[in-house]
Design a binder for this molecule. Structure first.
Ligand code: BGC
Length: 415
């Protein structure tokens, strides 16, 4: 009898939560080991609240394929609840009228008090929240395998000059100096790291944010292409088409010594059980210490009509900025929390350095948006830059002077 009563109560309870439960369909491109582990925390926390998670993963680092699929879905009138959309793209989607307002969730969660304005500005369209930030990635990192450096008797480089010296020693020791994946966004990721060093923060901003034709075609840009071209000599012949996480695995295994990549690479080291400062080393990309290229991941939320789905959507938005989620997600993703009030005691030295530099570079003017990851300019200008950079990098006879001219021309035609 007692048992029956308990059963009845249980079924009543589950019936209530099933009535309130909604589904969120979430489009993203987080399919590597570290990325998937990080995202699972969001799925788990949403399911704990009684909602269903419908995964909509479109593989491909940098998100180009995901954006193509999203456009098709949205245009056919069937958008997901939320999609990984970053930087300038948020404005483009907002302008098309697809996104929903999240100001009530933001107010309840006190987002304005804990997230820096530089980030909240990106999340708003017409002054209202339409997207939620997940993290802050630093893009200008160099990941190094200390055993490879010991074997080659080389020093982890802090400047471009040192990079080429170390590269020659590593090559002589039979180790691939730079693990690289020949895909346009990865070429652009290395290119912008070189550009940050050679141009300096001020001219980097002029080139990729203001799209200043004089800087895009100028002498310093010629030097950027010259240094970038030299990097080709330190990459193996199998790099074309290689995924970024496969390149990271080469550094983890010691087949390659270094990778220039954002700190989502750290997510791969962590997923492989590797420890920062012991099994691998993180240092700013050559010549860029005291500078910070940022890439803020975010989810934009689409206008839906079903009430239950709307409820689940709001629960998703609130969960993303929950301190508990911010901790577990960023520990696995390699990034730092986007909330500035977090307890950082569980984070490693790379994350602590990143947080310190994120805060200090915001004051010196050395915190710059990543061109390669859609934070600096529109998708049109970015696409034009990608084309020139990738063609240049794939043509061993390409001329840096011509490339700088082409860069300005291509950007001018795209805007
Ligand atoms: C995203 C990261 C992601 C990386 C590789 C970047 O554009 O910001 O979150 O891990 O692409 O997929």
């Amino acid at each position: 009898m007692k048992l029956n009563k308990t059963l009845l109560m249980f079924s009543l309870l589950t019936a209530t939560s099933a009535t309130n439960a909604g589904q969120v369909e979430v489009l993203h491109w987080w399919t590597s080991g570290g990325e998937a582990k990080a995202l699972n925390a969001l799925k788990d926390m949403l399911e704990e609240q009684g909602h269903d998670w419908k995964d909509f993963a479109v593989a491909g680092g940098g998100g180009e394929s995901a954006m193509t699929v999203l456009k098709t879905r949205a245009v056919s009138g069937n958008p997901p609840s939320a999609a990984q959309i970053v930087g300038h793209d948020i404005q483009e989607w907002g302008g098309l009228g697809f996104l929903t307002n999240l100001d009530d969730v933001a107010k309840q969660g006190g987002w304005e008090q804990v997230v820096p304005p530089m980030v909240t500005d990106i999340m708003k369209f017409n002054d209202g929240y339409v997207a939620v930030p997940v993290n802050v990635h630093r893009v200008n990192w160099l990941w190094a395998n200390p055993r490879a450096f010991e074997k080659a008797e080389a020093k982890v480089p802090t400047t471009l000059e040192e990079f080429f010296i170390a590269g020659d020693k590593l090559k002589a020791a039979g180790i691939i100096p730079l693990a690289h994946g020949g895909q346009p966004w990865q070429d652009a990721t290395v290119f912008e790291a070189v550009a940050l060093e050679v141009l300096g923060s001020e001219d980097y901003l002029k080139a990729f944010v203001e799209l200043d034709m004089d800087v895009l075609s100028g002498e310093k840009m010629v030097e950027v292409f010259t240094q970038f071209k030299k990097m080709r000599n330190y990459i193996d012949a199998n790099s074309p088409g290689r995924d970024w996480n496969v390149a990271t695995t080469m550094v983890i295994n010691g087949d390659a010594a270094m990778q220039i990549m954002g700190d989502w690479a750290k997510g791969e080291f962590s997923a492989a059980g590797k420890v920062a400062g012991k099994d691998y080393i993180c240092v700013p990309a050559p010549g860029t210490s005291g500078q910070f290229t940022h890439n803020v991941d975010s989810f934009a939320f689409f206008e839906l009509s079903d009430e239950k789905s709307k409820k689940a959507q709001k629960a998703l938005a609130a969960t993303i900025l929950d301190p508990k989620f911010q901790e577990v997600f960023n520990l696995n993703k390699g990034s730092i929390p986007v909330r500035l009030d977090m307890d950082m005691s569980k984070f490693d030295t790379c994350a602590l350095d990143s947080m310190a530099d994120f805060k200090s570079t915001a004051k010196t003017g050395d915190l710059v948006p990543s061109m390669a990851h859609g934070m600096a300019t529109t998708s049109y200008a970015q696409g034009a830059i990608f084309d020139v950079v990738t063609h240049f990098f794939n043509d061993k006879n390409a001329d840096p002077k011509q490339a700088a001219k082409k860069l300005a021309k291509a950007v001018k035609a795209a805007i």
